[in-house]
Design a protein around this ligand. Structure first.
Ligand code: NAP
Length: 250
């Protein structure tokens, strides 16, 4: 078993996940780059320090999840941090990678039910499935941390503030992030008698493929809160949602 702590980041072949992996590696972790396309994960590994390994992991594929958990146990023997970062903003299609109408086609009044299912499968069920599969390893770690990537866009309290213009865009993606917040709380409550802390981080509006690089924050900024939560000491909280400025409204 390695003496270094091991961190798995889902969807770490690019964007905020890749930056979280770089940061955790530079803090001394062995980082496992979850990537649904192994080749993309291997390319990403080349941009990180020497303690990075690619791991095929599609969060919507139970076989892939089980195989990843088995490989972690066999090859690394431990898992200290799980960052559930993989996410999609819309179901997308190769011919239409980003909707031209912004988020309007994602509104629950009009979005095709299969598209909504796809977003939930990745953003919500994926988080639950990966967390469940990794729990046996995390429970063996001395002080495991689980970090889920939430979003203030999914904050129901913030969206329900009178006059908040964002709620015109509150569709499948935002609702899936509200669900991620609920899932975070559910795991935190279920695990509160253990050494495992479970928290959600909002990266802020970050320039990545998810928003067609319209975000105003860099991936370095976007990764910070998740990295902080991944390295909480024993006095740190569990069952919280925060961004770089502090606690965020659920
Ligand atoms: P990104 O650059 O598009 O990266 C998303 C990552 O998730 C990619 O590695 C992608 O893999 C992966 N992914 C998608 N579906 C997957 C699946 N089924 N299995 C495994 N991996 C999958 O987006 P990002 O902005 O870095 O997003 C990271 C997280 O931050 C997401 O949870 C997002 O909701 C959250 N977030 C982002 C913002 C923002 O402004 N960017 C704001 C709030 C929250 P492929 O390369 O194979 O597609």
């Amino acid at each position: 078993m390695p003496s270094k702590s091991v961190a798995l980041i889902t969807g770490a072949n690019k964007g905020i996940g890749l930056q979280i992996a770089k940061d955790l590696e530079s803090h001394g972790f062995i980082v496992l780059i979850g990537s649904r396309n192994l080749e993309n994960g291997e390319q990403a590994v080349k941009t990180i320090g020497s303690n990075a390994y690619a791991l095929q992991l599609d969060v919507t594929d139970q076989h892939s999840i089980a195989a990843a958990a088995a490989r972690i146990r066999q090859e690394f023997g431990r898992l200290d941090v799980l960052v559930n970062n993989a996410g999609i903003s819309h179901a997308g299609h190769p011919s239409n990678p980003f909707p031209s109408d912004g988020a309007k086609s994602g509104l629950l009044t009009v979005a095709p039910i299969e598209d909504i299912r796809t977003v939930y499968e990745t953003n919500v069920i994926g988080v639950i499935a990966v967390t469940q599969a990794m729990l046996p390893l995390l429970q063996e770690a001395p002080a495991a941390r689980i970090v889920n990537l939430g979003s203030t866009g999914g904050s129901i309290s913030w969206n329900s503030t009178p006059g908040n213009p964002h709620r015109a865009m509150y569709g499948a993606y935002s609702a899936s992030k509200s669900a991620v917040h609920a899932v975070t709380f559910a795991f935190a409550a279920a695990l509160e008698s253990t050494n495992i802390k479970v928290n959600a981080a909002c990266p802020g509006f970050t320039s990545t493929a998810l928003n067609n690089f319209a975000g105003t924050r860099t991936v370095e900024q976007g990764a910070r809160e998740a990295v902080r939560l991944a390295m909480l000491d024993e006095n740190g909280p569990t069952g919280t949602f925060s961004d770089e400025d502090g606690p965020a409204p659920w």
